[in-house]
Every structure is written in C-alpha cells, then in structure tokens.
Design a protein around this ligand. Structure first.
Ligand SMILES: Cc1ncc(COP(=O)(O)O)c(C=O)c1O
Length: 448
C-alpha cells in the first residue's frame, strides 16, 4: 500500500496540516529554462565561492583535527570557532564579548526557528516590518505566533509608527514579545535602518519591554555609504538577540551561522537546539575555524563586495535608464546586500506583471509574499547578485518592457471602461489568487 494524502491527514500535527506547499517550484521550473533571466532567487553568485581555498583547506583541516572533525561536538559549538567568532565580533563593535555569549547555529535560519521554540507559543505576537524576510515569518508562524506588520519606508521601520502600534496593541491588552528586524540591507527591500532609528527603536523596545531579534546576513556586504553599528552593540539592557551567518560572505552550503546574546538567553537556545540537531556539523565548523584562523575572510569579503558593487551599479544605472519617470514606479537604492525593491503605482499588480515578465523571459518575486498582512501586491523584489552583468541589463530591459505594456493595456482598458460604463472600476484579475501564490512563492524562494 502507498500512503495517500487524505489518509495521511489523520496523522499530521496541527502545524503540518496548516503548512502550505511552496509553489515556487512551479516558477523555478519556468526560470530554469535557459532563456529565462531570473532576478527571482536570493542566491549568492557562485563566482564568490572560494573553491580553491576550500579544496586546499579541507585536507589540512582533516590532518589537523583528525577524528574530531567527524565526531559529534558540543551543542554550543566548537570552542575554537567561537573564539574566532569572538574576534570577528570585536571588530564589529562588540569588544568584550565572552564566548559564552556566542552560540554556533546551523546557519541563521536555525536561529530563527529556535527563536520560535524558545519564546513563542500559539497566540503570541511578533512585530515585524512590512515587508519582512519570509523565512522568518514562516519560522514564527510555525510556533503559532501572530505577526503584526509596520509599514517601512526608505530608512526601514519608522520608530513613530512602531510606537503608535505598540500603544494601540497595549490598549487591546496585547503585549508583543519580539520585534524582528533585518537592519542591514534588508531582504527583501535592500533598505538599511539609520543609526538614529536604531537608537530610537531600542529605546521604544525598552519602554514596551520587547525583545529585539536582529537578523543580519548581509551586514558585511556594504558597497557604498557609511557603516552603521549593529544593534547588539547599541543594546544597553541585554534585550537584543543577533543572528549572523557565513551564507552570504563565504558560501551557503556551509550552513553555518552564529547567535550573539546574553548568557542566560544563549543557554535557553542551547536547550532548544539539542532536540533539533544535537550540534552543528563539526566538519563545517572546523573548516570555518581554519578559514578564519588563517586570516582568509577579510580578502574573501572584499572580493565579494567588489563583484556585487559593480553589479549593483550596473543594475541601478540600467533601471534609471529604462524605467520612464512618468510611469510612477519607485525603487530603493540599496547600499549593500543582494536585493532591490520596486513599487508599482497603486492598483498595479505585481502578479499580473510577473505573467507579462515571464512572457518576456524574465522572473522576479512578487512582494506580497513578504507582507504578513496580505498587502504589498504592487511590489516586487529583484535580486542583483546572481545573474551575470549582461543578464542584469537585459533582465531590467525586459521588466521595463513588461511594465510599459502593462501601463499601456491598463490605460486602454480604462478608456474602454470609461467609454462603456463610466461607473465600472477596472478589474484586476486574480488578485486573490495572487496573494495565495505569492505567499507560497516566497518561502523556499527567500531561503535560497
Ligand atoms: C534575512 C535573512 N535571514 C536569514 C536567512 C537564512 O540564511 P542562512 O540560513 O543561509 O544563514 C536569509 C537567507 O536569505 C535572509 O535573507
């Protein structure tokens, strides 16, 4: 007998029953066609992967650590790696960190999942940005938490709006536990939270007694502009928990990240991590330890930044050239990271644009996926790290063509509507299913 889906239902947990299957695979099937330029994924460029260095280091590492590299290790992580991470954090504004305040994770996605396990129960509330990284929303939702979203602008989350929302929630007797932020070159918007806002948000978090989860995978990838201190280094009362990762500065196949928090918090995460994976792979930890110890990381980050800086420049210049200002399209100008965020004029639908874009053989992710409240249907995320420079230019040209076609057909449809029935509103076909699709689209997409 083969298990069928209906029979299986009776065995499923509540959360497994509610979890939706990702329809990104359908989009990926389309984007896998060689003629499609995909600006949809969130993948680092394989050109940044230090293949030769890794090939050289692996035998060295195995000789040096022998069986320990193939053994289970402590849940907290390899002590030598944590020592290297301590030095790394000292260079990023945290000079006095003890290694007891560092937990090695199986990349930052695990930090998000563990956050749900440690702090969130069904009905708890998390405050996040509109938009927010979908992999985090998924991790919190798996704990049964509810999300409340604050509309972000070109500098990230406005503290005044955060405060207003917290006051309104307090009136309803709701006390959120966690504020989730991607302060540096956010996925999906590319926006960075200014120092002033970081300080204001931390003071609001103190006033309303919220934990702050700082998730910062792109932090080291700044191409232009001024360095902004990480939120942990501005934390005066131990309420910030920070997640960092090697995924975007070394390679994501390492599946290695680290969490920085006060000792008491770290020890809770250790307990939560034990039943999940016992420990992060010793093999990859020792590899990363050797990579850091031999001083290779700074040059690797510089090489990566040089490559992406150029891609960003080309991408932005082409967008400025190809998108006609009269179309009313807006976009962010990220100073780092992998993504740019585009907002279409009100009433224009990114899902409908994606249909047109796919006909032009270019793909992106619809922004609705990143909105916990189902809004954002006129937004889209564009990735500029993965495609080659020529593809970036051509990809933007095709998207611009799709936007122009959409605007043209919209205005002619409106002309017809006005002519035939002045009271009729333009119908945006499939809006509901757009939300469904874009929600589903996001989850595996963003993790990639
Ligand atoms: C904001 C954010 N957090 C976490 C992750 C997960 O990264 P990883 O688990 O590879 O460290 C990603 C991946 O793209 C991300 O964009």
């Amino acid at each position: 007998m083969r298990m069928n889906a209906t029979y299986l239902q009776q065995f499923l947990s509540d959360s497994a029953r509610k979890a939706k299957r990702s329809e990104i695979r359908e989009l990926l099937k389309l984007t896998a066609r060689p003629e499609v330029i995909s600006l949809a994924g969130g993948l680092p460029s394989p050109e940044t992967f230090p293949l030769e260095e890794i090939a050289e280091l692996v035998p060295d590492m195995l000789r040096r650590y022998g069986a320990a590299a193939l053994q289970y290790g402590p849940t907290e992580g390899d002590i030598g790696l944590r020592e290297e991470l301590r030095k790394l954090m000292a260079e990023d504004g945290l000079p006095d960190l003890s290694i007891d305040r560092i937990l090695v994770t199986s990349a930052s996605q695990q930090g998000l999942d563990l956050t749900g396990r440690v702090f969130l129960a069904p009905g708890d509330t998390v405050v996040c940005g509109l938009p927010s990284y979908l992999g985090a929303l998924g991790a919190f939702a798996a704990s049964g938490a509810r999300m409340t979203g604050i509309v972000e602008d070109d500098e990230g989350m406005p503290p005044s709006k955060l405060e207003e929302r917290l006051i309104a929630l307090r009136r309803q007797g709701i006390r959120p536990k966690i504020l989730y932020l991607v302060p540096d070159f956010q996925n999906p918007s590319g926006v960075t939270l200014s120092l002033e806002r970081r300080l204001e948000i931390l003071s609001i978090a103190s006033e309303f007694d919220l934990l702050v989860l700082e998730d910062s995978p792109y932090r080291q990838l700044r191409y232009v502009g001024e360095h902004v201190p990480n939120m942990k280094s501005l934390d005066r009362d131990g309420r910030v928990i920070s997640l960092f990762t090697f995924s975007k500065i070394l390679f994501p196949g390492l599946r290695l990240g680290w969490l920085v928090a006060d000792e008491e918090v770290v020890s809770r995460y250790v307990v939560a991590k034990q039943p999940v994976d016992l420990c992060t792979s010793a093999l990859t930890q020792l590899l990363a330890r050797e990579y850091l110890k031999t001083g290779r990381l700074p040059a690797q980050i510089e090489r990566t930044k040089d490559l992406y800086r150029e891609k960003r420049r080309i991408f932005l210049e082409t967008i400025e050239k190809e998108i006609d200002p009269s179309w009313g399209v807006r976009w962010t100008r990220p100073e780092g990271g992998l993504f740019l965020w585009m907002t279409l004029p009100d009433g224009m639908n990114a899902r409908a644009l994606l249909d047109l874009a796919l006909k032009e053989n270019v793909a992106f992710v619809c922004g609705g996926a990143f909105h916990c409240d189902g809004s954002g249907e006129n937004t889209l995320r564009l990735n500029f790290s993965y495609s080659g420079n020529e593809q970036l230019v051509e990809g933007v040209r095709r998207i611009a063509r799709a936007i122009e076609n959409m605007i043209r057909s919209r205005s002619s449809a409106e002309d017809v509507l006005h002519a035939e029935d002045p009271a009729a509103l333009p119908v945006h076909h499939g809006v509901h299913s757009l939300e469904q699709l874009s929600w589903n689209l996001g989850l595996s997409e963003v993790v990639e």
